[in-house]
Design a protein. Structure first.
Lengths: 297, 284, 368
């Protein structure tokens, strides 16, 4: 299938891409690697390439950085919770919508709209929802607990704040899981289902033992992709709690942002970024191998 | 067996739909509330107004009175234009480069699978990890707060999508057609442009619109790399803070208005959303 | 235990404006191998699916065993169904496929195990029990599909064109295997196919369908020898029956067909029913294997010229022209014939079929 590419096509196929990636990503990567071994920050008065190497100070510092550990841990918890809930909810909805009924296409069309919204808007929407003048406080909690709650901002409680951030992600991305799982389930050939019916299987049994197992590879793809995206969470953290109060709802992306943009601690931020990149590369490599072995993604 | 489960199903779906709708409806409601009602506990506006939407677009000292004398926020027009330009141009670049790369990868394995998976990596790593060096780098070459800077960054970040999506489509076109054109005297380059390109027009549009959607929503880099001139909509959304606090109503209105374009685009390509989001691995 | 495993009464099913199944009625007896045959689109598969419960008929009743299952879902009908594409569950092993129906019935584990082993042995699947069904070759998949269906001991087993997707060489083998399992297990089978040869070879009785209606039901021999209509006559038998239009005339007490420029004597054919058609337009049907080729004329013979000779191994297919009429003749191997040679033909006495031109019914089978 692969013949030798003609000059012109080969050039076009590789050069622009390489230029783009090198100019915009690789060079910064190189900078990042260099800086993480220095002590530089912009206040130092000299340019970064003049900064002397200071060894692995930054990396050592990372080991003792509690805030880093907290952010990382929080992010991992976020990913696990959010992806699991989205998967279960999405699966449930996919199951419910498998049967034919009038208006199904319209409902599916409606279900997917959160996916299209800019992530900051989702953050804003949930911020407004849980603000102290919002319906959550005023309608629900008032009904349950009386007036007292309206004076404290829900979002100032770190647990609640973080839960809201998770809720926002679940709200926006469950439709993603739903779409993928629904597409997979619908694609199961009708004959399998009919064969199972004739053999006496109820629709529950058919779902459990025929449809669900057959969408395993698809489900894996969805889970991996969603997990990777969830790990990056930033926009909603910024909009809903700004990482606060203090740093109690920070995710790893947010912490790096703070380091670089608020504290100007560039060298350390670079080191953290570098380590994170390497760790992720390894994890992804392991995952991909696992996925390929488990049945060719 | 029949009726009870049917009712349960309808109830479950209804609850889910309500859950999806309520947050947006609340935001909508807030966007129509006048200043005095912004922090009021009731759900619907008692005196609905279009004032918040006006605030978005116009510099209004005259509205100041009705917003409680709060200082004002900049109009949304510049950020909107910035967004359209930055996202539009970067999308075009991403699709063009993506097409060439996808073609080479599909027909000649160049770039090879290693290169392709490397591009996937650009999408898998958290953007935050690149904030530090890009900030430094851009300051160094004067790209901070410029449209060009963002354009290049966005193109690089989303070219992966067009590569993978377009490659899927190109793979499905028989190579014989290009080979026939070459036999008739066209250069391979011309064959690519005259034969293959027109055939995947719809794929180009779909991947373009999808990338537009992705870039439109980009926040972190826009936040970090822009201050005044190249501010995009998502960043602008966070600036609705006035003298006496956040301009909730206006902010809600801004959120609504900022969502119009992505919603329209999203619905135009709704059948291809998953194809895009899964890099062409899942085709609905 | 009833005599009749399946009774279909006045079944009707339409899809939009098309009537797929039109007032179909028939029975299948216990232990019988019954085939429904007909060209694509004649409604046989739809009928089968209605019986299985996968389609809802507009009218009619379906009775399986002694139960009226017309309004019951497929799960409760106690039928077995083997699809054209087998539809074995690819992600399960052969063992799990076979155990599927039994697990649903909540049989105890050892009982399931025993039954699986027994059926696997019968169908020669023992060595494949732990193989994932998706990896099997076609022929094996079909056996698994069969095994999975018969293991639950259904009242009747439905087969939807089971051999259509199979390679020609294996078809022969599988046909015989199918018949063997059926006889050994005593399974009642309703088999649907467009391959009339196949149906003729394996069935106890056959129903011929066309455009949603059943035209004739009978044993293979009955259908072959006494087709009740032109459609049935043409559909059954290979090569296809010759059909010649003409007028029925009588000459010296002998009937013959006047087809404009040709006269074909119906030697030895006499029937009261034909008397009423003398002077009327009819269609004469003769199977190629029922025409004798003679080098010398005899009583009741007619003349023609050979235009083509094709060898079919142990037989010859010969095309003979009689002016405007062309006849296909199937003859045992012989070496004395040449293309262009004038010869004489004779129809075997009982093998001439005369059909009413308008109703297309077999005149000799008409009720008086």
């Amino acid at each position: 299938m692969a013949t030798k590419p003609p000059r012109s096509v080969n050039l076009l196929a590789n050069l622009p891409l390489n230029i783009l990636l090198y100019a915009v990503l690789i060079i910064p990567l190189a900078i990042m690697i260099y800086i993480s071994f220095t002590d530089w920050n912009p206040a130092k008065g000299y340019d970064w390439w003049q900064a002397p190497l200071s060894g692995i100070n930054n990396f050592v510092r990372m080991l003792g950085d509690v805030r880093l550990g907290a952010a990382l841990g929080r992010t991992i918890v976020f990913v696990l919770v959010v992806v699991a809930v989205e998967f279960l909810l999405g699966l449930g909805m996919a199951y419910l919508l498998l049967a034919e009924f009038p208006g199904k296409r319209g409902i599916i069309s409606l279900i997917i709209y959160p996916l299209m919204l800019p992530w900051v808007v989702v953050g804003l929407v949930f911020y407004l929802l849980f603000a102290d003048f919002g319906p959550v406080v005023n309608v629900f909690l008032k009904a349950i607990m009386g007036e007292t709650f309206t004076k404290t901002s829900l979002l100032l409680n770190p647990t609640i704040g973080f839960t809201v951030i998770m809720l926002a992600d679940i709200w926006q991305w469950t439709p993603f899981m739903f779409l993928i799982l629904y597409a997979g389930l619908s694609a199961v050939p009708k004959k399998f289902i009919e064969a199972a019916q004739v053999l006496g299987a109820s629709s529950r049994t058919i779902f459990r033992r025929i449809q669900f197992p057959l969408i395993r590879p698809l489900a894996m793809v969805a889970l991996v992709l969603r997990s990777l995206e969830a790990f990056k969470v930033f926009d909603t953290v910024y909009m809903i709690t700004r990482g606060g109060p203090g740093s109690t709802t920070e995710t790893i992306s947010f912490y790096i942002y703070m380091l670089a943009v608020r504290y100007y601690d560039m060298a350390y931020a670079s080191a953290v970024s570098l380590v994170l990149l390497i760790a992720l590369a390894i994890v992804i490599r392991v995952f991909v191998k696992y996925a390929i072995e488990r049945g060719g993604a | 067996m029949g009726v009870a489960s049917k009712v349960l199903r309808i109830v479950a779906i209804a609850i889910f739909m309500a859950w999806l709708m309520i947050p947006i409806v609340w935001t909508l409601s807030l966007s129509f509330k006048p200043y005095l009602e912004w922090r009021a506990p009731h759900f619907w506006p008692k005196n609905p107004t279009l004032l918040n939407y006006k605030i978005l677009f116009f510099y209004q000292r005259e509205i100041a009175g009705t917003t409680g004398g709060t200082a004002l926020t900049k109009p949304m027009i510049t950020p909107l234009i910035n967004t359209l330009i930055v996202v539009g141009v970067s999308t075009i670049i991403a699709v063009i480069i993506g097409f060439f790369t996808a073609y080479g990868a599909s027909r000649y394995n160049s770039p090879g699978p290693f290169g392709l998976y490397f591009t996937l990596l650009t999408r898998m790593v958290p953007p935050a990890t690149f904030v530090t060096p890009v900030l430094i780098y851009y300051r160094m070459i004067g790209f901070l707060d410029t449209q060009l800077g963002l354009i290049l960054l966005y193109a690089a970040a989303t070219v992966t999508y067009s590569i993978w999506i377009l490659k899927g489509f190109i793979d499905q076109i028989p190579r014989e057609w290009e080979e026939a054109a070459i036999l008739e005297g066209l250069s391979p380059l011309r064959a690519m442009l005259r034969v293959t390109l027109p055939l995947i027009k719809s794929a180009l549009v779909v991947s373009g619109l999808f990338i537009f959607l992705m870039n439109y929503s980009e926040f972190l880099f826009a936040l970090v790399l822009t201050t005044r001139n190249a501010v995009t909509l998502p960043v602008h959304l966070t600036t609705y803070v006035g003298g006496s606090g956040v301009l909730y109503g206006a902010q809600a209105a801004c959120g609504i208005v900022a969502s119009i374009i992505p919603l329209v685009i999203g619905y135009v390509i709704q059948r291809h959303l998953i194809t895009g989001l899964t890099f062409g691995m899942v085709r609905a | 235990m009833t005599e009749i495993s399946l009774k279909v009464e006045n079944l009707r099913k339409t899809f939009g404006n098309t009537v797929a199944v039109d007032d179909v009625t028939f029975e299948v007896r216990r232990g019988e191998f019954f085939s429904l045959i007909g060209p694509s689109g004649c409604g046989k598969t739809t009928t089968l699916r209605c019986i299985a419960g996968l389609e809802k008929p507009d009218k009619g009743r379906i009775i399986i065993g002694e139960r009226d299952v017309t309004n019951l879902p497929p799960q409760m009908r106690n039928v077995g169904l083997v699809f054209q594409e087998y539809a074995v569950f690819p992600h399960m092993t052969v063992y799990e496929n076979m155990a599927f129906g039994l697990k649903i019935k909540k049989l105890p584990k050892d009982e399931i195990h025993n039954r699986v082993l027994r059926i696997a042995e019968l169908l020669n699947l023992e060595e494949y029990l732990n193989v994932r069904a998706g990896r099997l070759a076609q022929a094996l998949m079909q056996r698994v599909a069969l095994a999975r269906s018969i293991i639950v001991e259904p009242e009747i087993l439905l087969l939807d064109e089971p051999l259509t997707l199979v390679d020609a060489k294996i078809k022969e083998l599988m046909r015989r295997e199918l018949r063997r399992y059926q006889k050994e297990l005593g399974v009642t089978i309703l088999h649907v196919t467009h391959d009339q040869l196949e149906a003729m070879m394996v069935s106890d009785r056959i129903g011929v369908m066309c455009q949603g209606k059943i035209l004739q039901i009978g044993t293979p021999i009955e259908i072959y020898d006494k087709p009740n209509s032109i459609f049935v006559a043409r559909f059954i038998g290979s090569p296809t029956m010759n059909l010649i239009e003409g007028r029925l005339e009588q000459y010296n007490d002998e009937l013959f067909l006047d087809a404009d420029d040709v006269g074909i004597p119906l030697y030895g054919v006499s029937s009261e029913k034909l008397r009423g058609y003398i002077g009327k337009d009819v269609v004469l049907g003769v199977r190629p294997e029922d025409i004798e080729i003679l080098t010398q004329p005899t009583e009741g013979s007619f003349a023609g010229k050979i235009t083509l000779i094709e060898s079919l191994g142990s037989k010859l297919e010969i095309i003979v022209e009689l002016n405007s009429v062309t006849l296909h003749v199937l003859s045992p191997l012989r070496r004395d014939l040449k293309v262009g040679q004038p010869i004489h033909l004779k129809i075997r006495p009982t093998k001439a079929h005369v059909f009413n031109k308008t109703t297309e019914n077999n005149i000799m089978l008409e009720e008086v």
